[in-house]
Ligand binder design. Structure first.
Ligand code: GFB
Length: 371
């Protein structure tokens, strides 16, 4: 009796774009979308990619975040719970239709044997492995264009409800997230319903308590792997890139993109960190900064930073074993945080800290000469 069918229907989707930061942005938008349509949101697993593995891994939503707090905002159910307890009744195998805006071409499709227009929802990675995780096959496709997901700035939710009545369409299953990237301004605050699971909350607390010296610490996110170097090349020909609206504004009201924002130099990082520590020491002399915690996908700069801060009596730390989620949870708890404005991974930390009123800054922002 724990799982009661929602007569208003459900929304399912594959977080098929990008890695964690992108998926988190998409999640907040999808949550808002589900609420606007008054359908229960089926919480998808997080899609992860490991080096050397051909197929994505699907990690249950509640591995990282609690389900309960989300309910304060809107009805949600774990995808595994939905499939195990409700799907047979609500969404029988022969009635599973995938939703996409318009026809999606198949990768495997043979030229001389074209099939009818189709979403090809399971074509390629992570698409196939995602739905396979729950043994979901689709028997048909629905092209929903020109409907869209901007429920915040239009009356589109009513159109969705009109076109897709829950008794005929119990589950709207999207090939990608029904949301925009980056997350819309209005949906950023939904972050407050995303609470770390006890495991990750505890891991962060334990690291802070046992590894870091007593006193305040500054959290740093250094995004500097090779994929990032390549991504930063798009700076020159874009208005926005990934999470850049978080510092530049959604209409670039706080400036245009520039290279340092994406990839600050080592010198700039050290300079800004020292300046931040000095400012904090002046403003909050009682809660002295004793250490720095560095999270990075590639180069943590531990030696350089240790060296640069030696005279200030500040130690520099990172996780002994790489874990992007423990990194995030710790960054969320630091007394101060300096992140990368372009990175959606940093954006997750910034939003979480905003919900607590904790201060955050961005590398090389504002622009040097404007400071
Ligand atoms: O999270 P994410 O979408 O942020 O993808 P961006 C970056 C991934 O790199 C994270 C790892 O999900 C982590 O797996 N990573 C990044 C880190 N920073 C850290 C860190 O501090 N610690 C650890 N342990 N891992 C975008 C992509 O990344 O990068 C875009 O999402 C695109 O789709 C672009 O590929 C190049 O927004 O930074």
């Amino acid at each position: 009796a724990k799982f009661v069918r929602d007569p208003n229907g459900y929304i399912a989707y594959c977080p098929c774009m990008g890695r964690f930061g992108n998926q988190a942005d998409h999640f907040l938008g999808s949550l808002a979308f589900a609420q606007a349509l008054n359908r229960t949101l089926i919480l998808p697993p997080w899609v992860e990619y490991r080096k050397g593995e051909m197929r994505s891994r699907q990690v249950s939503f509640d591995t990282y975040f609690e389900v309960e707090p989300l309910m304060q905002f809107h009805r949600v159910i774990l995808m595994s719970d939905f499939m195990d307890h409700l799907a047979d009744e609500v969404w029988p195998a022969k009635e599973r239709i995938s939703f996409c805006y318009m026809e999606r071409k198949s990768l495997q499709q043979e030229k001389n044997n074209p099939d009818s227009p189709n979403c090809h929802a399971k074509d390629g990675n992570p698409f196939g492995p995602f739905w396979d995780t729950y043994n979901i096959d689709f028997v048909g496709s629905e092209f929903y264009g020109p409907l869209h997901f901007d429920v915040r700035h239009s009356s589109i939710a009513a159109k969705w409800q009109e076109n897709y009545k829950p008794h005929k369409w119990p589950v709207l299953a999207y090939t990608g997230a029904p949301a925009s990237f980056p997350v819309q301004l209005e949906n950023r605050e939904l972050q407050k319903y995303l609470k770390w699971s006890p495991k990750y909350r505890e891991a962060a607390r334990e690291f802070i308590r046992t590894v870091l010296p007593r006193g305040a610490f500054i959290g740093l996110h250094l995004r500097n792997g090779i994929d990032w170097v390549r991504a930063c090349e798009h700076i020159k020909d874009s208005q926005q890139l990934f999470a850049s609206p978080q510092c530049l504004g959604y209409k670039n009201e706080r400036g245009e993109l520039y290279q340092e924002l994406c990839m600050p130099t080592k010198e700039a990082i050290i300079r800004q960190l020292k300046r931040t520590i000095k400012n904090v020491r002046q403003l909050q002399p009682k809660n002295e900064v004793k250490s720095v915690f560095v999270a990075s996908d590639a180069n943590h700069m531990i030696a350089e930073l240790t060296n640069a801060l030696a005279r200030m009596d500040i130690s520099v730390h990172k996780l002994q074993e790489d874990d992007p989620y423990v990194d995030l949870a710790i960054l969320g708890q630091s007394n101060h945080f300096i992140g990368n404005c372009i990175s959606s991974y940093s954006a997750f930390v910034k939003r979480e800290r905003d919900t607590h009123g904790f201060p955050s800054y961005f590398w090389s922002f504002p622009k040097e000469k404007e400071r």
